[in-house]
Design a binder for this molecule. Structure first.
Ligand code: DGJ
Length: 729
């Protein structure tokens, strides 16, 4: 059993693949303490690690210094207001204005499998993969029940956490913060990694020391955000890609979040993660429950690379669902960068005709096909086909595309409303707004209030009608602004702060309805690129458009950072035109293809206008994607584009180590330094590998220790693809 309760030591031991996590019930009052998180250990009792025999003794022995105890005790789930002055996970507001709480162990249960979280996305696993521990704690003063839920994935170094809070009193209680995870590390000598950026520059890696005080990340934008991903890792200061202890935390949620590492006075570090308490409040009536979203915790004893591969395995097998979970995704051509709003049926068909000849499998019609939308300033909400542009109607267009042997996909931005739309003219109050204030526009649009059922129903019916009207096999679900002016005229004042979370639940409900009624449709999420690159979205859509920046060189960093957490099979990647529309850079078509190979391959350019030379490369690129798609799983990052901007190298190895693919991009050439040794990773030491192109054979051990010599490439932005097949063991 991967979860044990030891009566003698009153401790729980959670054993994942190579990981142990230990919790103990301490003292007569039954404080719940965090004892250990790290490499797997066999011992039944390691409670001595909590240093409880040292002053400030536990309260039953010295209640005079109860505060000192609370302020240093490694708690399993922190609560504030009574003497623990570090960051709190739980805070309330009672009818009499009290905010403090304190929780104590009450009971527990251990069972096989993993529970669903009502209305929320979460990782899943069967009885064979997963075991769950629920520890029920009570604040007897408030009559508040707090259930800490832990699931262990036995074959992965993964433990997930979430929290359920129930009001057992007979008065309303307002929750003003409910975070999902807290880990008190008994050390401070650590580094921390987070992923930052902006629109078109997502997931840039930021590594810094954990210092005394609080260092954290958050989003208060109503979405995960371009600016920072809901991911945080702490690690040995010496941890590298392949060595050292690393602890990764990722939030399975797509709205406001908060994560922090707090270096504390006794050289401990408290890591917390959950819904951002900023502007959050949730009223619990008697007997009502609140469920906090899931945090995934990954432990690696072999560096950042192993942490990433664990996240990837977990998300590919236990988060992503549906028909396309393990299936090769159709190679698409999207018309956004090709035409922007300036297209009609004939233009789209001309692209499709050319694309089908070259082996592209799906045409995606992006923004601009509905209402009277010829720019981004109108019509969101009016999901009616514009027959001036789509002459002959949607069905005609889709049928014509299908006749070419291609699938058809369509773009929606279901969560938005343009002030210049029939929908707005009919229902001004359907957008999120504050009565009496001029609403803040962004890209000329407001956000629909998806906390309201009638609004969700309208949105769903509009989508459904379009999807039923033709053979649509893919949907790109876009979301192009952040939430502001958060309020509505429906909820009572004490429930207004719930809108942030109710909105996210509304989005999830819509996606759930869509994927349930249309299980054959491939859903791709997008939020102006990667503002919703998060595991919450991956639960509904197996792929996410990770950035509006399609420049191959910018993408090296974006994809590198994103691969810290998210599987390559979930990242939308396209070959686009040059000069690149975002940065004006000119790169070889071949390099653009090779960079896009690390994702769900596609094109986003006017294929009728590119040079014959580039066009000739497309069938080869498609063959390459089809050949290597299954292999692009076990990622090993070789150079780090943030530390060494001159080159980029990533390697994919089959799970059984029988094949390996290396993508190498020379970003900038250097005089007198043309060739570079690349040490491969993850091969079998004693096996021999044949380079498919040259037929030269190398031992795994030489490739990993001596390396492979990439001969001088002349010029910038040049690339090489190497494919090694295991010949003999
Ligand atoms: C933002 C997306 O990221 C783009 O790919 C495109 O779909 C535009 N929106 C359309 O408005």
């Amino acid at each position: 059993m991967p979860i044990h309760y030891y009566e003698k030591s009153k401790s729980f031991k959670l054993d994942a693949k190579d990981t142990s996590y230990v919790i103990a019930i301490v003292d007569e009052e039954q404080f719940l303490g965090h004892v250990y998180f790290g490499e797997k250990i066999p011992d039944e009792n390691v409670n001595y690690l909590m240093r409880l025999e040292e002053p400030p003794f536990i309260p039953s022995k010295n209640n005079r210094d109860r505060m000192s105890f609370l302020d240093s005790f490694p708690t399993e789930y922190s609560t504030g207001g009574l003497g623990d002055f570090r960051e709190s996970c739980l805070q309330v507001m009672t009818k009499s204005g009290i905010s403090a709480c304190g929780i104590f162990y009450n009971s527990h249960k251990i069972y096989e499998g993993k529970p669903k979280l009502k209305g929320l996305p979460a990782t899943f696993g069967g009885e064979k993969d997963c075991t769950t521990l629920e520890i029920t704690c009570m604040d007897k003063n408030l009559n508040l029940e707090v259930v800490l839920i832990y699931t262990v994935f036995e074959n992965l170094d993964v433990i997930t956490r979430s929290v359920r809070v129930k009001n057992c009193s007979n008065e309303d209680i307002i929750l003003t913060r409910v975070l999902s995870a807290c880990v008190d590390f008994d050390r401070i000598d650590m580094d921390m990694i987070t992923l930052h950026g902006s629109w078109a520059r997502e997931c840039h890696i930021c590594r810094r020391s954990v210092n005394l005080g609080k260092q954290g990340i958050s989003s208060a934008r109503g979405e995960s955000s371009h600016q920072v991903n809901p991911f945080l890792a702490v690690m040995d200061k010496s941890a590298t890609e392949d060595s050292g202890e690393v602890y990764g935390f990722n939030f399975v949620y797509s709205g406001n979040f908060f994560a922090q590492a707090e270096g504390c006075q006794f050289d401990t570090t408290r890591v917390i993660m959950g819904i951002n308490p900023f502007d959050f409040a949730w009223k619990l009536e008697p007997q009502e429950e609140f469920v906090a979203p899931e945090v995934v915790m990954v432990y690696s004893n072999s560096g950042i690379g192993k942490m990433s591969r664990t996240f990837h395995d977990l998300y590919r097998n236990h988060l992503i669902r549906g028909e396309y979970k393990d299936k090769k995704r159709p190679i698409l051509i999207n018309n956004w960068e090709a035409t922007y709003f300036d297209f009609d049926t004939e233009k789209l068909l001309s692209i499709a005709r050319e694309a089908s000849k070259l082996g592209i499998e799906m045409l995606v019609m992006d923004d601009g096909w509905f209402g009277k939308r010829n720019s981004d300033n109108c019509s969101l909400g009016d999901w009616v086909v514009n027959e001036y542009k789509i002459k002959g109607g949607l069905k005609y267009l889709v049928d014509e595309v299908n006749k070419l042997g291609m699938k058809f996909g369509i773009w929606f931005e279901p969560e938005m409303i343009s002030p210049d739309s029939d929908l707005y003219r009919a229902h001004q109050d359907w957008c999120i707004h504050i009565e009496g204030r001029v609403g803040t526009l962004c890209r000329s649009q407001y956000v629909l209030d998806l906390s309201r059922r009638e609004v969700r129903d309208y949105v769903y019916e509009s989508l459904r009608n379009i999807l039923l009207s033709a053979n649509i096999e893919y949907v790109k679900w876009d979301m192009n602004r952040q939430l502001s002016d958060v309020g509505n005229s429906i909820l009572p004042p004490e429930r207004q702060r719930e809108i942030w979370h109710r909105y996210v639940l509304g989005v999830y409900e819509l996606m759930d309805r869509l994927t349930t009624e249309f299980p054959h449709i491939l859903l791709e999420n997008c939020s102006g690129g990667g503002a919703r690159l998060d595991p919450g979205m991956l639960y509904y859509s197996p792929q996410i458009w990770i950035s509006d920046d399609t420049d191959a060189i910018e993408r090296l960093k974006i994809q590198h950072g994103a691969s810290y957490v998210y599987p390559v099979s979930a990242m939308g990647t396209h070959v686009s035109d040059c000069p690149n529309h975002i940065v004006g850079r000119i790169t070889p078509f071949e390099t653009r293809g090779l960079v896009a190979l690390s994702g769900t391959f596609g094109y986003e350019l006017d294929i009728t206008k590119i040079s014959q030379e580039d066009r000739n490369m497309i069938p080869k690129q498609i063959a390459m994607y089809n050949k290597y798609n299954d292999l692009i799983r076990g990622v090993h990052r070789i150079g780090n584009s943030f530390e060494n901007p001159e080159f980029y190298c990533v390697k994919y190895v089959a799970k059984d180590k029988s094949e390996a693919l290396v993508v190498y991009v020379q970003v900038l050439n250097r005089p007198n330094y043309h060739s570079r040794r690349i040490r491969l990773k993850g091969l079998r030491k004693n096996a021999f590998y044949r380079n498919e192109e040259t037929n030269e054979v190398y031992s795994g051990s030489t490739l990993m220790n001596g390396g492979f010599l990439i001969k001088g490439l002349w010029g910038d932005f040049k690339c090489i693809l190497l494919y090694f097949i295991c010949e003999q063991n």
